[in-house]
Design a protein around this ligand. Structure first.
Ligand SMILES: [Zn+2]
Length: 274
């Protein structure tokens, strides 16, 4: 199925009359690239790789919000070039903030540190494919049929201010036909968290990915987190805690299951607070 290409209003602007619009498209203000190259997988040498990837995602109508995974469009190899491009952009941000990158030794490599940190750490869940969670069959006679509650430490970042979010997710599941290794729950949760998120979305994302990896229909996710947004700026509230819950299947419909989940969370919290 071919998807209709929606032109980017910036890329398609007709501001430069020296180029025929259907032959060349402006990448930045003064960088132009052949329209044909723009649409292919190569040919970004004249412009920014990030712009080419962005154009491709728009063409495919692939959403690329801060909390979306775009690993289908970004290879390990591309990341190096993307980090170079982001370094250039962060240098400009520092310049605009009137921070001396030349003589301040602490600000000298900051642009590159920021670019690497975004791609490899705090937003790595956008660019990395889903963690490999090999599922084992749970179909023998003495199969595990009970509830499993895993406590996962999370580090995330709010989409609005790029401030840190730190907390814990409690992932509850009634074992289905497949089981995944215990550490995989946390790996999946952290992969969902290492993006720009909203806590409400994060709990949903974790529930969806756990359901995908395990095939389970009965899943509960409870996230409890403190937000740099509230602690470091704005209301400067140091003890504010946000809780979100997403319940699916029996966790939502069966009062007994729901109660067992929250009793388990309380037990875990007594053992390891927050
Ligand atoms: Zn925020």
């Amino acid at each position: 199925m071919t998807k209709e290409f929606k032109p980017d209003p910036i890329l398609e602007s007709k501001s430069n009359p020296t180029f025929k619009n259907d032959e060349y498209v402006p990448l930045k203000k003064e960088v132009f690239v052949k329209a044909a190259d723009m649409m292919s997988d190569k040919g970004y040498e004249e412009g920014y790789l990030a712009d080419v990837i962005r154009t491709k995602m728009k063409r495919d109508q692939k959403r690329f919000w801060a909390g979306d995974n775009i690993s289908d469009y970004v290879t390990e190899e591309m990341k190096h070039k993307l980090i170079d491009e982001a370094t250039e952009a962060f240098e400009l941000v520092l310049d605009r903030l009137l921070i001396d990158r030349e003589t301040d030794p602490n600000s000298h490599g900051t642009a590159r540190r920021l670019a690497k940190m975004y791609f490899n750490e705090i937003m790595s869940g956008r660019y990395d494919p889903a963690p490999d969670a090999t599922a084992f069959p749970n179909d023998t006679e003495d199969r595990y049929e009970g509830m499993l509650v895993v406590r996962s430490e999370l580090r995330s970042m709010c989409s609005h201010h790029h401030q840190p979010v730190s907390g814990v997710a409690y992932i509850g599941i009634i074992a289905a036909e497949k089981l995944i290794g215990l550490s995989k729950y946390t790996r999946i949760a952290q992969w969902c968290a290492r993006r720009g998120t909203l806590q409400e979305e994060l709990a949903n994302d974790i529930a969806r990915e756990i359901m995908k990896a395990t095939g389970a229909k009965d899943v509960g996710v409870y996230v409890q987190a403190v937000h740099g947004c509230c602690e470091n700026r704005g209301i400067m509230a140091h003890s504010s805690l946000t809780q979100t819950t997403v319940l699916k299947g029996a966790f939502k419909d069966d009062q007994g299951t729901k109660k067992e989940f929250f009793d388990n969370i309380k037990l875990q919290q007594d053992f390891a607070p927050r």
